[in-house]
Design a protein around this ligand. Structure first.
Ligand code: URA
Length: 200
């Protein structure tokens, strides 16, 4: 068993926060260990909790369509979440849950070393773009410690607000270029305007 598989197995046994008590299954993430692109959502919903796999519900079907649109499949990318267990009633993750789960995502990124981490939604975005507004930074890649973070709206947000769909689709349409240019992007400072804004 490789290091990534060991980490995924560890997640399935995790009791670091109270979410483990209500879960059906933890959702570590899935995809090739050498994926060039990693997608990081918020946390498992109902379907993911049942199956133990990320993005298998309606948002996942939309993500699949978006991937198909740029010539990729799920098998080409690594897909995971900020938190690995479903919060009750799909509520937002609590700061202590994010903190408890953070080492798993840190290790996944360190092991996979993707060229690009696509953050889906504001909780995932907050790692790389603290206090930023997604409406202001979506579609703008930024390199931090050698990894390019590319913030996008969450696919579920676009399902609930159809006016976001063209934005999500345009941002996904740019992803192949972002991947191609990732090695050449310089490490960046946080965008000053976004830094002043509060996320929560
Ligand atoms: N939404 C997420 O953020 N992650 C999933 O895995 C599914 C839906």
């Amino acid at each position: 068993m490789g290091e990534l598989e060991r980490l995924e197995a560890e997640v399935t046994q995790c009791t670091r926060c109270l979410l483990h008590r209500g879960r059906t299954r933890a959702v570590p993430g899935e995809g090739p260990g050498d994926a060039e692109v990693m997608f990081v959502g918020e946390g498992p919903g109902f379907h993911e909790d049942q199956e133990g796999r990320p993005f298998v519900g309606p948002a996942g079907q939309y993500l699949d369509e978006l991937l198909t649109g740029i010539g990729l499949t799920r098998g080409d990318v690594y897909i995971t979440n900020v938190i690995k267990c479903r919060p009750p009633g799909n509520r937002d993750p609590l700061p202590e849950e994010v903190t408890a789960c953070e080492p798993f995502l840190d290790r996944q990124i360190a092991l996979i070393q993707p060229a690009v981490v696509v953050t889906l939604g504001r909780f995932s975005m907050a790692r790389a773009f603290p206090k930023a507004r997604i409406s202001e930074v979506h579609g703008e890649p930024r390199k931090i410690n050698g990894i390019v973070y590319y913030p996008m709206y969450h696919p579920a947000a676009a399902l609930h607000r159809p006016s976001l769909r063209p934005i999500v689709e345009a941002d996904m349409g740019q992803l192949p270029q972002v991947i191609q240019r990732a090695p050449h992007l310089p490490d960046s400072e946080p965008p000053p305007r976004a830094e002043q804004l509060e996320l929560f």
